[in-house]
Write a protein that binds this ligand. Structure first.
Ligand SMILES: [Zn+2]
Length: 302
């Protein structure tokens, strides 16, 4: 079933409902108070983003999350998270600004914070993995005047199962590429690349199998259908940058690439699960006491 805005508004009608979700996601449905050990004892303190136990112990569920110290309402935050989880090709800050009636600066910051939850995970790709480079940036109109515009290289890897990684690099050269491969692909895997000299003769020494394919044999992209190919990832990145973001500075490019990879890796998930996954990413962070660096969770569960 499609998760609609209507459903979102029903699930999270106000800030209290959002805070309750964050509280439960971080502490469980009915956590015991770490001070008096009672369960079923927490209640919401009115007009504050806080809960208190009947013994007086207080909890601030938003502390340590992206909502901390933000004066923007939690319903606005949840709406922005919903937007960003539904838009495969990204959401421009302008769109968030328009929907929420916040300033552009606030919208941009919110998008940036939400994007920080879409970081690529560190598990290793394995099996058959395709690797390729693409270049982002440069203004075509300027190119006509033959001015030199440096494009930013991105190296991408897609495993046959469909999981991908992509990293912005300063130079698409052998040393960088080999380090990325070692950090992201299990030794023993088969790496497929085009004839690029970057990889030639170097992978076997590191314990990988290597096969080269002609680029033309690799063109799997059919319209908007994502196939398990590096071209599918590249075309999504290009579409997103040209469509929603127009141009992206190289300083922020990695966080946008993270967002595209996130969508690419979750492309078979339904919108409701995407939204839930993103929400739980942001709510599942361990809770630290405001004035002590002891995790409350570990106290409860130790
Ligand atoms: Zn208590």
């Amino acid at each position: 079933m499609k998760y609609t805005i209507k459903q979102l508004n029903k699930d999270f009608p106000n800030d209290d409902a959002c805070l309750e979700y964050i509280f439960k996601a971080r502490f469980g449905n009915n956590p015991a108070c770490p001070k008096c050990k009672k369960t079923n004892s927490f209640y919401k303190i009115s007009k504050r983003r806080a809960y208190a136990c009947s013994c007086g112990y207080q909890v601030y569920p938003a502390v340590g999350t992206i909502f901390n110290k933000s004066s923007t309402s939690l319903t606005s935050w949840f709406f922005a998270i919903y937007l960003m989880s539904t838009a495969k090709n990204g959401v421009a800050a302008k769109e968030i600004q328009r929907h929420l009636g916040v300033t552009y600066k606030t919208a941009w910051r919110m998008a940036n914070k939400i994007r920080s939850l879409m970081k690529q995970d560190k598990s290793m790709l394995e099996g058959v993995v395709k690797i390729d480079e693409m270049y982002v940036g440069g203004n075509p109109r300027r190119n006509l005047r033959k001015r030199y515009i440096k494009k930013t290289p991105v190296i991408g890897m897609v495993a046959r199962g469909g999981q991908s990684r992509a990293k912005v690099v300063s130079e698409a050269e052998t040393r960088t590429a080999l380090k990325l491969i070692k950090d992201n692909i299990k030794i023993g895997s088969t790496i497929m690349s085009d004839g690029s000299g970057i990889y030639r003769g170097k992978l076997k020494r590191l314990g990988f199998k290597h096969s080269t394919v002609k680029h033309s044999e690799n063109e799997y992209v059919r319209g908007n259908v994502y196939t398990n190919s590096i071209e599918g990832l590249w075309s999504q990145i290009k579409r997103s940058i040209h469509g929603s973001y127009h141009s992206v500075s190289s300083k922020h490019l990695q966080s946008y690439v993270d967002e595209f990879v996130y969508h690419y890796n979750h492309r078979s998930l339904k919108i409701s699960s995407l939204f839930e996954t993103l929400l739980s990413n942001l709510c599942g962070q361990p809770y630290l006491e405001v004035n002590e660096s002891v995790s409350w969770l570990s106290k409860i569960f130790s």
